[in-house]
Every structure is written in C-alpha cells, then in structure tokens.
Write a protein that binds this ligand. Structure first.
Ligand code: NDP
Length: 327
C-alpha cells in the first residue's frame, strides 16, 4: 500500500484526494522510488483542471520527485536499491509516497544536492536549460525578456542568465517579487500589473527591443510579448499560467515584423537517457557550485495531505520560486 494524491474528476483544488493504493512491483524497465520530496509544478494544475487530460481516470498527479530507489525492474542495469535519485516524466503520479518510474527518466543525485533541492529544481531547471541553451542560445551580454521571473522556473532562469553573463528582463506581479528576481540575477524587472511591458522593454533597450521572449503566462501576455520583439525575433510560448493562447491569426507574425513562434515542451528535449544526463549534469554543477540556489521557503513546503492548499497558493500567485510536497 502507498498513499497518493488522486483525482477522479476535473475541477478546483478540492478534487485532489489523498487515497491508499496497492502499488504493483516495478515493470522490467522501471524502478520503484520512495519519494522524499515532490516538486509542485504549474502543469499539475492543468491536469487537475482539465486544460490537459490525464491518460485515464482516476489518475495520480505530479511529474517529479526526489528519493531513494527501493526496488528495481528485471531489465534495469543502471540503478540499484539505495541509490539517491531524482526524476521527471510526463506520466503522472509523483504526488505519492512511492512511485514506479521508467528508469530512463531517473538521474543519480550527487551527494552535494539534497532531496528538497533536487525536487525543487529538476523539472524546472531542465526546462530553463533547454529554453536558454537549446530553443534559443542566449549569448553573454544579450538582453532578453522572461515572464514570471519570480516563479519556480523564473527564479532559476534569473540565476542561469546571470551565470551565462546575459541580461534577463523579468516580469513580476509585485514589488516584493521584483526584489527577489533582482537579487537572483535579473538585470531589470517590470511589474506587469502596473507597467506597460512593451514600452518598458523598449525603454530598457534604447528602442532596440529583444531577439527572444520566453512567455509562460500565455493568454494575458501573448500580444505584449510579440510587441517586445525585434524584426524576425523569436517568441517562445511555453506555458499557460493565465490561460492558453488561442485563436491566433498567423498574419499577426507578419504585421509585427516577420516573427517566429515556437511552443516547446521539456519532454520534446529530454527523450532518452543521454539527453537527460547531459542536461542534468549541467544543472547539478550549477547547483553544487552555488550559482543556482533553489532553497524553498518553509511556508512553501506542504505535507502530501495538504496538496489542495498547495494548489490554492500556487494558483493565487502567492508563491515565490519553487514549492514542495513532503510525503
Ligand atoms: P510559477 O511558480 O512560475 O507560477 C506561475 C506564476 O505565473 C505565478 O506565480 C505568477 O507570477 C504568474 N502568473 C501570471 N499570470 C497569472 C495568472 N493569471 N494566474 C496565475 N499565475 C499567473 O510556476 P512554474 O514555475 O511551475 O511554471 C511556470 C510556467 O512554466 C507555467 O506556465 C508552466 O506551465 C510552464 N512550464 C512549461 C514547461 C515546458 O516545457 N513547456 C516546463 C515547465 C513549466 P506573478 O505573480 O509574478 O505574475
């Protein structure tokens, strides 16, 4: 038996229920992991609300956690019981005490990184890795726009940009979040509840604007983001925190300067063990060196049984950086 958070229908945080399940032994290519810290991601709210559909109902929730390998499938050679590990996968169910995971989605955790740091940083840090290093390779001294800079993904992006010597302009929803983003390495911030995003980006860049915008806010910022781009610039739309972008007339890309748009997902960049190893080793060395700090504030560590409250806090824009469930 294992406790897990389960949904039987879509809805608000109240549909998250703590239940006992019979957990099978891991399949041949899986390992069973005793979760020590579980990462909360905004995508979890999409699967709960119905914006994204789980494979079947009832469904577990959650895509990442850190813990200890307790059982190993018959075909697994790269992991053994007792290994400290972290995982991120598109299959749901990480909101649980124990979980069976495809061994190719699991990375060994260096001793210098705690379970909580790993669960706070893995999926979000791998996301920042592909965004800044692969989708568009941000250069030293380059100025670019990154929305929700004080969020989980955002605070890692601020620190990674600083490590690259790049100049991240971060949008934020409050003065306190602006301070935090600046302290984490943002070059400049824009409070998008009070300031005009495109106008401020133009001012900050002496009218040049930017070659790339990373937008996870979605519906509310789509058009302003396009207005921040230079001719032939790249719009990276990678999330829906305010709702999905829909009904786009492609002619807008022509009107705003022959722009490019991409809508990437982490799981299109991490498709095998080699890609996972490459990206995670870069992330782990930045965390171990102190260049990226992912310590989670105590008020953002929730018991597994308090998943409802964790989702309420995240969706009310009440969090800074990452949040965790502790089984
Ligand atoms: P965050 O911690 O960033 O939380 C979301 C933040 O978005 C809020 O704190 C808030 O910050 C901002 N926001 C702006 N408008 C709204 C709104 N209307 N409602 C709620 N929040 C709003 O979450 P994560 O770090 O987990 O994820 C960030 C984004 O990245 C999400 O959209 C997620 O889906 C996306 N993502 C995409 C991936 C991919 O590969 N495509 C992978 C990982 C994450 P503020 O108050 O400062 O505005």
């Amino acid at each position: 038996m294992a406790k897990r958070i389960q949904i039987s229908q879509h809805g608000g945080p109240e549909v998250l229920q703590l239940v006992d399940i019979d957990l099978a032994d891991p399949a041949a290519h899986e390992v069973q992991i005793e979760n020590k810290a579980i990462g909360i991601n905004y995508i979890d709210t999409y699967f709960r609300s119905g914006l994204y559909a789980p494979a079947s109902m009832p469904s577990g929730l959650g895509t990442e956690a850190a813990g200890v390998v307790s059982k190993v499938g018959s075909a697994v050679t790269v992991l053994k019981p007792g290994d400290r590990v972290v995982y991120a996968q598109s299959t749901l169910g990480a909101y649980s005490e124990r979980h069976n995971v495809d061994a190719n989605k699991v990375a060994l955790l260096p001793d210098a990184i705690s379970f909580e740091q790993a669960a706070a940083a893995f999926l979000k840090g791998l996301t920042v890795h592909y965004l800044l290093r692969q989708t568009y390779e941000v250069q030293p001294d380059e100025v670019f726009l990154f929305h929700a800079a004080a969020g989980g993904v955002g605070l890692i992006a601020c620190q990674w940009a600083k490590a690259l010597g790049a100049h991240l302009i971060g949008t934020v929803g409050s003065a306190e979040k602006a301070r935090l983003a600046k302290d984490s390495g943002a070059w400049a911030t824009i409070n998008y509840r009070e300031e005009d995003i495109a106008q401020r980006v133009s001012e900050l860049t002496d009218g040049k604007k930017v070659r790339v915008v990373y937008d996870s806010v979605g519906k509310d910022t789509w058009e302003a983001s396009l207005d921040c781009l230079q001719r032939r610039g790249l719009m990276v739309s990678f999330g829906n925190s305010s709702g999905p972008v829909s009904g786009v007339n492609l002619a807008i890309l022509n009107q705003k300067g022959s722009l490019y748009v991409t809508r990437p997902s982490l799981f299109g960049y991490i498709t095998n063990r080699e890609e996972l190893q490459l990206a995670s080793s870069e992330l782990f060395s930045l965390i171990a060196s102190g260049a990226i700090n992912v310590d989670v504030p105590e008020q953002q560590k929730f018991a597994l049984a308090d998943a409802q409250q964790a989702h309420k806090t995240l969706e009310s824009r009440g969090t800074q950086g990452s949040s965790l469930l502790i089984p």
